[in-house]
Design a protein around this ligand. Structure first.
Ligand code: ADP
Ligand code: MG
Length: 695
């Protein structure tokens, strides 16, 4: 038996349990070892009932005396209360559960049980009670000789129906016994020693069954030394992969651009505004990279409205000046179309050929790209289709990166000969986290908004306040300004949300017959959408009703009111993006979030929106509400899953891991002197990325 043996080989795991374990992602012994507890309970001390203290969470053990289900009170006959009385040799205690009568069948008189829960004073002030305690039943048949579940710090795992904590603890314990001897530590011993981290075997064992002296709080927060060791291993492997990727890229020969300043100079001269210092600094970063022979990979981060587009456009012109093509890839057709229109508008006086490419089978467009007739190509992921080939692709810009994974980035890059790459993202994430998600990239931050930007006035309203919203629409439009009305796009029922948007547009037309109201949604052809967007941009339309297709990037400075219907259905980043569509001109702008009643989390989201315009703060709050897993969607980003590490909690460890990893790759780029580590690394990254070219 080795680490990759199927879990079914473990005693007590038959096909049925193997199937259940598979649901938890456990297929091999190794999977089981890294299936970490979600929390721990200190059940070292089993208290005598007589010694319990009120108000504390404690463990008792005793024998079931009586089980009873009755209505909770005469006034609430439907609410059922289950009470179970247990006793040890010192006294008795009543455990109570509301509306869980099915538990009544589980407890049988004279059975031995363990309860773990908050201790209260009993009804009428006498005796002890526990509300909704966790419990274990000590059957005699299924004897737990290792005492995995009592008298120790006990791991609590995520479960699936049909599998109990006790069973899973027993299985994981057997896996440990079988697998630990096969574990050998691939990490450089010198690094682990220097960081003062515990050994690997010891850590794996203790993370499941901690020795009694370990601090419960550290275990539960995942900051115990053994958690940190396992987290470090993952983060190190992650950063090592990124370091190797980056090393491989920069070792390649890229393009040394020789921009003449002819086009960029003309552009900047005609610009109706002055670049911010932040924009200038980032453009400088980019120019330095472009002139250097190593291929550029640079992440440009900047909040909504910070003016990333112009920065990208300057870079593209610098590439064209140097005799290359430049391409920009956007996540949606609408956004690609908008970039196209924008760039087209500026390109007029520059005498350039801009080519839009969305969708497939566009022979004419392919020809223009392949012949080099097109200087700047604007598109969606249609750009990475096989049929597309460029004459001389020198620079790639990827807009709103969070929609694209590492793989798509690589695919577009292959269309050129080591082209320079700029990735732009509006997802404000703390720097250490950016280093993880985009760890193979250099990083520039546009940390300044164009001057005179006023924060968008945001308020949350109920449907009953519709009239005040109508007043705002009328006020803004009669001042010659424009309004967005956004409906949520619900993926499962696109039809319903479309219907909502259509009905909403009809209602607005009726209410404001003198205004021009347009409707845009994903079902329209791109030509139709383009026309609507163009009308709106030109100010020929007062109100634009849409599903979330306008979410990212759309830029109409004259729009000053953003009305979001069913705002409770949107996530924070989406709301922030949407709000970023207004407040782009000199006029004061407003965002109205119409709340139809959502969860507590939804309410929190809307309150945050009303409180702040700061993208970084919003992102932090979002992390707090959603937790890092969902926030980052590592699967989407193309990074390996992390089982032990937590990108938020372990930010210090990320920095350490990154320093160590980059230093190691610097010394030993292909890890030829660290064979074991290299194998572990390839295993960690799996097929996601070919880290070391198998020559
Ligand atoms: P984002 O970073 O969200 O992509 P955009 O590039 O769309 O932002 O820019 C938002 C708006 O700000 C656009 O109308 C753009 O023309 C304008 N803008 C960009 N830079 C400046 C600046 N330095 N001064 C004034 N307005 C600017
Ligand atoms: Mg943008």
């Amino acid at each position: 038996m080795d680490l990759l043996s199927p879990i079914q080989y473990i005693k007590g795991v038959g096909p049925r349990r193997a199937f259940l374990l598979q649901k938890l992602g456990i297929e091999t012994l190794k999977d089981a070892l890294f299936y970490l507890p979600v929390r721990y309970e200190d059940r070292k001390a089993i208290k005598k009932i007589i010694n319990l203290s009120f108000g504390e969470v404690q463990t008792v053990s005793g024998r079931v005396l009586k089980t009873e289900v009755h209505p909770a009170s005469p006034r609430r006959p439907r609410l059922k209360l289950l009470s179970v009385v247990i006793a040890d040799d010192s006294g008795s205690l009543t455990a109570k559960w509301f509306n869980q009568s099915y538990l009544a069948k589980i407890f049988k008189p004279s059975q031995n049980v363990i309860f773990y829960g908050p201790v209260k004073v009993g009804f009428r002030g006498n005796g002890f009670e526990m509300m909704n305690p966790e419990f274990e039943i000590i059957d005699d048949e299924d004897e737990d000789t290792d005492f995995l579940s009592t008298g120790r710090i006990v791991p609590v795992y995520g479960l699936t129906e049909g599998l109990s904590q006790r069973q899973l603890r027993t299985i994981i314990n057997s896996c440990l016994k079988n697998a630990l001897p096969h574990i050998s530590d691939p990490m450089p011993a010198e690094i682990i020693a220097r960081l003062g981290l515990p050994g690997l075997k010891e850590s794996i064992e203790a993370v499941h069954f901690p020795p009694p002296e370990m601090a419960l709080a550290d275990l539960n927060s995942g900051t115990s030394p053994v958690h940190q060791r396992l987290s470090f291993d993952e983060l190190f492997a992650l950063q090592l992969g990124l370091a190797a990727l980056k090393n491989r890229e920069t070792a390649q020969k890229g393009i040394s651009f020789g921009p003449t300043g002819k086009l960029t100079g003309q552009l900047l001269e005609r610009l109706p505004f002055k670049l911010t210092d932040a924009q200038k600094r980032v453009i400088e970063d980019i120019m330095k990279d472009m002139k250097a022979p190593a291929p550029m990979s640079r992440l440009i981060q900047g909040d909504v409205g910070s003016g990333k587009t112009i920065v990208a456009f300057v870079a593209m012109l610098a590439a064209v000046e140097s005799g290359y093509q430049a391409a920009i890839m956007a996540p949606t057709e609408i956004l690609a179309e908008q970039h196209y229109l924008n760039i087209q508008g500026m390109a007029d006086f520059l005498g350039l050929k801009i080519q839009l490419l969305t969708g497939s089978k566009k022979e004419k467009e392919y020809a223009a790209i392949a012949s080099g007739e097109a200087d700047i190509i604007v598109g969606t992921h249609a750009l990475i289709q096989e049929a597309v080939s460029f004459k001389k692709l020198g620079l790639i810009v990827i807009d709103e990166q969070h929609r694209f994974g590492v793989m798509q980035r690589a695919a577009l890059r292959k269309k050129g000969m080591n082209p320079d790459t700029i990735i732009m993202t509006a997802t404000p994430i703390p720097r250490t986290l950016a280093m993880t998600l985009y760890g193979d990239l250099d990083y520039s931050l546009i940390d300044e908004l164009p001057p005179n930007r006023k924060p968008v006035d945001t308020k949350v309203v109920r449907e009953s306040q519709k009239d005040s919203v109508y007043e705002m629409i009328s006020r803004e439009t009669s001042a010659g300004r424009q309004v967005y009305v956004v409906y949520p796009l619900i993926e499962e029922s696109e039809k319903i949300s479309l219907k909502d948007a259509i009905t909403g547009a009809e209602a607005l037309k009726k209410k404001f017959p003198e205004l021009k109201t347009g409707l845009i949604h994903g079902r329209l052809t791109s030509a139709a959408r383009e026309e609507i967007m163009r009308d709106f941009k030109r100010g020929e339309m007062n109100i634009l009703v849409s599903t979330t297709v306008i979410e990212v990037g759309v830029d109409v400075p004259n729009a000053t009111l953003m009305l979001i219907i069913h705002a409770e259905r949107f996530g924070l980043p989406q709301l922030h993006q949407l709000r970023g569509r207004v407040g782009r001109g000199a006029e004061r702008s407003y965002c109205v979030l119409m709340n139809y009643g959502g969860s507590i989390d939804a309410r929190k989201r809307l309150d945050i929106m009303a409180k702040t315009n700061d993208g970084f703060r919003i992102a932090e709050e979002d992390l707090n509400i959603r937790g890092p897993g969902e926030f980052f969607g590592t699967r989407q980003s193309g990074l390996p899953d992390l089982k032990a590490a937590n990108l938020l909690r372990d930010y210090k460890l990320i920095e350490t891991a990154r320093k160590e990893a980059f230093a190691l790759i610097d010394k030993d780029p292909s890890l030829s002197g660290h064979a074991k580590l290299r194998r572990a690394l390839e295993d960690f990254w799996g097929k996601k990325i070919e880290i070391f070219k198998t020559a």
